[in-house]
Ligand binder design. Structure first.
Ligand code: ADP
Ligand code: MG
Length: 360
């Protein structure tokens, strides 16, 4: 047996590179929805409506009332590494937007058929454009690729159809559209709790009854009541905005809502963590808060926790891969100590007020 000699090294073509990247960034419909709704929030929207067909595999549509996209920018919209949000690497330190890498729409256009309708408040009419593999395409063969004028409201409507049509293996891996829909609802629900200033709607295509529906200018607690249950919201304790361990100059603040010591929700539990407005996981924070609750809850029960943590942007690296949700930051142990402290104060305060009510 003679081993074969080495094959020649060749550069991958741009299309293969982008296809691989798309598959990494958009694992499933819920990843696409997260990217799209973050874009809508970045555009300053106060109304975000999502319609889903077959768990997002047939189609995902998101309609916002944000600032829209300039017609001149439409040719670049779905190109990889094209963004309006970042120019210099240093800007990453003080980034105020979710997006910055210009990869989301590109990735979506590499694994679905994308249609965009957009209108800024300066435009007399809206513009409609179609995309394939990063590029503007014509909607009908033989017609020009330019964006076409169309009637539209201010804002942007993005439709992604036939997700993974060109990735048959990935497509086959999704057995249940209803499971994908549940994941989509979970993402939207969490963003709606954290962004109650905006009105949120999510429904299945063809259904008149939305599964998520919140009014504009709501509050986190009101959205928890309507999106989870009123009884959960009624049992929650507020963690007011608190500077964590001011003596340690951590420049970190935290607020949120947490279940009380004898919440019925304590069985299933729930966990919503936002750091600098990004939905993230931190197994260290979760472990520490769960450990605090073991003193209060029956064995095997978990708390329901929504925490919004703000830390100095210079102490957290946002430049991690978009699907990597586990984050790390400087002074992690001290910050976690501080978080456990504020949750404990909320729990202790509730116990004090309860024993007062019992006594009177
Ligand atoms: P990023 O968000 O990292 O910039 P995206 O691929 O998600 O990259 O979006 C590319 C660009 O398209 C954004 O920088 C923004 O200018 C524009 N854009 C995308 N979605 C919207 C939207 N809903 N409203 C206004 N502009 C949008
Ligand atoms: Mg984006």
């Amino acid at each position: 047996f003679e081993p074969e000699g080495p094959k020649p090294i060749r550069k991958l073509t741009k299309d293969v590179i982008n296809q691989i990247a798309a598959a990494e960034i958009i694992h499933r419909p819920a990843n696409a929805i997260k990217e799209l709704l973050e874009n809508s929030l970045d555009a300053g929207s106060t109304s975000i409506k999502i319609t889903v067909k077959d768990g997002g595999l047939k189609s995902l549509q998101i309609t916002d009332n944000g600032h829209g996209i300039n017609k001149e920018d439409l040719p670049l919209l779905c190109e990889r590494y094209a963004t309006s949000k970042l120019q210099k690497f240093e800007d990453l330190q003080k980034l105020g937007t979710y997006g910055f890498r210009g990869e989301a729409l590109a990735s979506i256009s590499y694994c679905s058929h994308v249609e965009v309708v957009t209108k800024t408040k300066y435009d007399g009419c809206g513009w409609k454009a179609h995309y394939q593999d990063g590029l503007l395409i014509s909607s009908k063969p033989g017609t020009s690729v330019d964006p076409k004028p169309t009637a539209a409201n201010d804002g942007t409507v993005i439709t992604a159809e036939d997700l993974f049509y060109n990735m048959p293996l990935r497509k086959r891996a999704f057995k249940s559209p209803s499971d994908e829909y549940t994941r989509i609802l979970d993402v939207i629900t969490k963003y709606a709790v954290h962004n109650p200033h905006a009105a949120w709607v999510c429904k299945k295509a063809g259904s008149s009854l939305p599964d998520v529906s919140t009014p504009v200018g709501s509050s986190a607690k009101a959205n928890i009541a309507s999106l989870y249950t009123p009884s959960l919201a009624a049992e929650l304790l507020e963690v007011p905005m608190t500077t964590l361990k001011p003596e340690n100059r951590l420049s970190a603040r935290c607020k949120g809502w947490v279940s009380n010591a004898n919440s019925n929700w304590a069985r299933k539990g729930g966990w919503l963590l936002f750091i600098n407005n990004r939905l993230v996981d931190s197994s260290k924070i979760k472990k520490a808060v769960d450990a605090l609750y073991t003193a209060y809850l029956p064995k095997g029960a978990s708390p329901w926790v929504y925490l919004s943590l703000e830390i100095d942007p210079a102490k957290i690296d946002v430049n991690v891969h978009p699907t990597k949700s586990e984050v790390h930051f400087l002074n992690e142990d001290e910050v976690i100590d501080g978080i456990v402290g504020v949750v404990q104060t909320a729990l202790a305060g509730a116990n004090v007020s309860r024993s007062f009510t019992v006594q009177t």
